[in-house]
Design a protein around this ligand. Structure first.
Ligand SMILES: Cc1cc2nc3c(=O)[nH]c(=O)nc-3n(C[C@H](O)[C@H](O)[C@H](O)COP(=O)(O)OP(=O)(O)OC[C@H]3O[C@@H](n4cnc5c(N)ncnc54)[C@H](O)[C@@H]3O)c2cc1C
Length: 362
């Protein structure tokens, strides 16, 4: 979407091209139209953050969701965020999950949705709607107050850039690492709240198989019990807690020339125990456990292992309404799942509340 800009448009920088950042950019555009000049930065090479879809360099391998897997709308959120769900369903970005899920008791009244093109398409949809200029491999390293604006600097170097308003949607530990004037604008109470935010950590593996391989499992999505059954349920937490077959999860046909893939998530206790381990060192441990759980699984042709240091929010910023205002003039607002909870609706709730906080921006 090409967007014209009023000459005196308010220059807004959204940092983080994950779901919260993309929703914030979209809502800012819909509210302020050409009165805002929107720029989005992300340090990664692609958009999506924890809701990105990994596209392997070899095109014969299946694209996979390594982070968020599907969207569950509880009855309450389906009502409260109806417009977001209708928009994504109408655009074909989401569709109802229509496959076997084993090992998880469904929440009463909740509906699950999958993204036929991968979860990254959800984020891309809102970014496109925002008409923002998106800059990848732009790693925010410092924030400096310069009168009525903010100067931001990048880890990659170059001159600082000036914006009228800043919206940070990056994980809280990464906010606390920023150089510059943030420490001066944070009140003691805010610092305490941010320091109290914690995340679970986990590893995600994608096993890629040759075209036409039968994985020999009847399910598309399977949760494994949290504890090994062999020891009566009281022993070591399981290493593997989740597996999904792609593209079966998305109810999509395997494309000619592309084999299936199996996505595996480790449990949070295992992630925590191996937090400082290299993903490559952890890979054989998880594969060994997977082989024990699924002894008939064929040999993959390739395996990707990714560490999510900040996976899901374990302890959110207590008592925040979905965002945190660090400065009114010039505006500096924090948003993201750390201020609500880790899922689609948590990000929508945070983006809506951040928008309300920025209501008198222009
Ligand atoms: C393994 C896993 C499974 C999950 N499963 C589900 C699920 O099934 N359903 C569901 O609804 N949710 C799920 N979630 C949670 C969901 O993915 C998150 O709640 C959501 O994606 C968070 O979005 P966000 O925009 O707030 O943060 P993020 O997605 O983390 O986005 C932040 C962005 O900021 C960027 N960034 C960080 N630091 C900087 C910097 N200094 N400068 C520039 N950019 C920076 C990052 O690269 C990232 O793109 C899962 C998450 C994980 C990890």
């Amino acid at each position: 979407m090409a967007t014209s800009r009023a000459p005196d448009a308010c220059r807004v920088l959204v940092v983080g091209a994950g779901l919260t950042g993309s929703l914030c950019a979209c809502l800012l555009r819909r509210t302020f139209r050409d009165k805002v000049d929107l720029v989005v930065w992300d340090k990664a090479r692609g958009t999506g953050g924890r809701m990105s879809t990994y596209r392997p360099p070899d095109p014969s391998y299946q694209p996979v969701d390594l982070g968020a897997q599907y969207v569950t709308a509880t009855r309450e959120y389906a009502r409260a965020h109806h417009s977001f769900y209708s928009e994504l369903l109408a655009a074909g970005v989401l569709r109802p999950l229509d496959c076997a899920v084993e090992g998880l008791r469904a929440k009463e009244g909740a509906v699950d949705y999958v993204a036929p093109l991968g979860m990254g398409a959800v984020v891309k949809h809102f970014l496109k709607q925002s008409g923002a200029r998106v800059f990848l491999e732009h790693h925010l390293s410092g924030v400096y107050r310069r009168g009525a604006s903010w100067e931001v600097r990048r880890k990659e170097g170059g001159d600082g850039q000036s914006f009228d308003a800043l919206l940070l949607t990056i994980p809280v530990p990464q906010i606390l690492q920023l150089q510059g004037d943030l420490k001066d604008v944070l009140s003691d109470r805010q610092k305490q709240l941010l320091q109290g935010v914690s995340y679970s950590s986990r590893f995600a593996l994608a096993l890629f198989f040759a075209p036409g391989t039968d994985l020999g499992v009847p399910w598309a999505v399977r949760y494994f019990n949290n504890y090994n059954e062999d020891d009566g349920g009281g022993g070591e937490p399981r290493i593997v807690c989740y597996a999904a077959v792609e593209p079966r999860k998305r109810a999509a046909e395997e494309e000619a020339g592309r084999g299936p893939a199996l996505v595996v998530h480790t449990g949070a206790p295992f992630g925590l125990r191996h937090l400082e381990s290299d993903a490559e060192a952890v890979r054989p441990v998880v594969l060994r456990e997977l082989r024990r759980l699924l002894p008939d699984l064929p040999e993959p042709v390739a395996v990707k292992c990714h560490k999510w240091r900040y996976s899901q929010v374990a302890s959110a910023a207590d008592g925040c309404p979905g965002h945190m205002v660090l400065s009114d003039r010039p505006p500096l607002v924090l948003a993201g799942d750390a201020f609500t909870h880790s899922n689609f609706d948590g990000c929508v709730a945070s983006a809506l509340s951040a928008l309300a906080a920025l209501g008198n921006l222009v």
